[in-house]
Ligand binder design. Structure first.
Ligand code: FAD
Length: 319
């Protein structure tokens, strides 16, 4: 029986879905032991029920004004103090921008192990993670000691919520000092309703959309599907859209249930960010485009004809 600590993440007053996936991962690692969740910043207590219903036995609410927004200094100090008090056998975070930054930093400081970007966990535990930009998978086992795990969003299935389960809420005070950076303002660039990194469906555009206006039919399709809109770096470089939409090796890594690539050639750097999507649909007028090699369904055609047709059909089907 193990004790596992999960760092839950909230944004705009809502828990991110990856927090529930982290609890599902913790459930496998705990082998019937205790699962504790921690929430940094204000309002942590209000998430206790949702965290409990997804498996947390205890919720540590770490409310300190220095933790209102993420800083590597603030969060790493708070997490180290919490780990010292809780003594977990494993710590699970999302492989999000926070998890990617925080987990290796704190693991190195404490001399703990780290398995990052985990996409599956089997009993053992054996961790699966993509390597070589998703071209191969590595299975890793950890021999001894405390480990940090970061899990890739949208891969570990969320367990069934247990209605009525409650967790002990434990306020936890931390001392944060010598912050080298302070976040003064966050200027949000994306206006999309659906968060790209957690989206179940993504409609993505490449240089084939030809202009910023060319993204319009993609947004219309996304609206009907409740999808997020992403892009290749080719489209971002051409100034058709913002870099916050870039998917790939140097952009966001996504694993939606459905990825619709429109006018994207399928360069290896783009595939690194989306090839683990569950179903890939490619629309490209070049039948030789490499994207068709990873696509489950391919449509050879002009995206400006195909995408509006898809939108109309989905409207009918989903009505
Ligand atoms: P193109 O390769 O120009 O492809 C456009 C496609 O649109 C073509 O296949 C064409 O047939 C099709 N098309 C044109 N018109 C239509 C139409 N009307 N209807 C249907 N299809 C049409 N790229 C990323 O995406 N993400 C990254 O993170 C990334 N990181 C990189 C890091 C490094 C270090 C380097 C060197 C490159 C990186 N790249 C990345 C760039 C990558 O190599 C490609 O240049 C880029 O992905 C190409 O974008 P694209 O597919 O939109 O454009």
């Amino acid at each position: 029986m193990k004790k596992v600590l999960v760092l839950a993440e909230a944004r705009d007053g809502q828990l991110r879905n990856v927090s529930f996936e982290a609890l599902a991962a913790a459930n496998i690692l705990a082998e019937g032991g205790e699962i504790a969740a921690a929430v940094f910043g204000a309002d942590g207590g209000s998430f206790a029920d949702a965290l409990a219903q997804h498996g947390a036995d205890k919720v540590y609410v770490v409310n300190n004004s220095a933790l209102a927004t993420y800083t590597p200094d603030g969060y790493s100090q708070a997490l180290q103090q919490l780990i010292k008090a809780v003594s977990p056998d494993a710590i699970v975070l999302g492989h999000t921008s926070i998890g990617r930054d925080l987990a290796p930093r704190v693991a190195a400081r404490l001399g703990y192990g780290l398995v990052s970007d985990v996409t599956a966990i089997e009993a053992g535990p054996v961790f699966t993670r993509p390597i070589y930009a998703g071209k191969a998978f590595q299975k890793r086992k950890f021999r001894e000691g405390c480990i940090f795990i970061t899990i890739r969003p949208n891969n570990i299935p969320v367990g069934q919520a247990e209605a009525g389960k409650t967790a002990e809420v434990v306020p936890f005070d931390v001392e944060i000092k010598d912050l080298r950076t302070i976040v003064k303002e966050i200027v949000r660039k994306t206006s999309g309703k659906v968060d790209l990194s957690e989206a179940k469906v993504i409609v993505s555009g490449g240089r084939g959309v030809k202009s910023a206006d060319g993204f319009k039919p993609l947004y219309e399709l996304a609206e009907v599907l409740g999808a997020a809109v992403g892009a290749s770096r080719g489209a971002c470089d051409a100034d058709y859209c913002d870099y916050s939409m870039q998917i790939g090796q140097t952009g966001k890594v996504v694993t939606p249930d459905l990825y619709i690539a429109c006018g994207i050639s399928g360069a290896i750097q783009h595939l690194a960010g989306m090839s683990n999507s569950k179903v890939i649909v490619a629309i490209n007028k070049d039948p030789e485009a490499p994207i068709f090699q990873v696509a489950d369904y391919g449509i050879v055609g002009d995206l400006f004809e195909v995408v509006p047709l898809l939108t109309e059909e989905f409207k009918k089907v989903l009505a």
